[in-house]
Design a protein around this ligand. Sequence first.
Ligand SMILES: [Zn+2]
Length: 201
Amino acid sequence: MSNSSLATYTRITKNKTSPRNHAIDTITIHCIVGQWTAKQGCDYFATTDRQCSANYVVGKDGSIGLSVDEKDRSWCSSNGTNDNRAITIEVASDTSHPYAVTAKAYAALLDLVTDICKRNGIKKLVWSTNKEDRVNHRNGCNLTVHRDFANKACPGEYLYSRHGEIAAEVNRRLQNASSGAGGELHPQPQKSPQAAPQGPP
Ligand SMILES: [Zn+2]
C-alpha cells in the first residue's frame, strides 16, 4: 500500500491505529476549520493531546501533507468502521459557515482524490445526498461525511454541497485515464508537425 506522491510534507502522527483492518474503498473529506497549510495541519496532528488525525491534510495554498500512512487507520470521522476503510482528508477551510475552502485547496483536493482512487483501485466515486445510502454503502456509495457519524457540521456546507461535483470530476479523470483519452498518462503519438498533410493514397 503506497502513499500519494502528491504529498510535499510528511509528518506522521502517533494518533492512529496500525494497520487498518479493511481494504481502502471509501473516501471521507473533512473541513479542518482553519485556513492552514498542510504543514500546519500535519504538525498539529503530530503534537496535539487530542486523539485526532487524518491520512492527508490539504492546505489553503494547495499543499498536500501526509499525517497517517494509507496503510493505517486515522482517527478522523468519529467512527472506527468508517476510518478503517476510508482515506480521510482534512481540507483547510474558513472557521465559520459555510466553511469555504480556497480555489487552490479545492484543486489540490481533486488531484489528491483522483490519485487515491487510481492507486487503490477505486474505479468510480459514488455520492448520495441520502445518509442511509452513504453509511450503508448502498448502490456502491463510497463517499461518507463526518456528520454521518457525529453531531458536526463537518465537512461544512461549502464542501458538502460540492460532493456531487467532486465525484463527477474525479470520475471524468478516472475514465479518461483508463480509456487513454486523458492525454496525461497515454499521450497520443504525434505526427511530425513539419510533415505535410497526407492526401489519399
Ligand atoms: Zn470532520
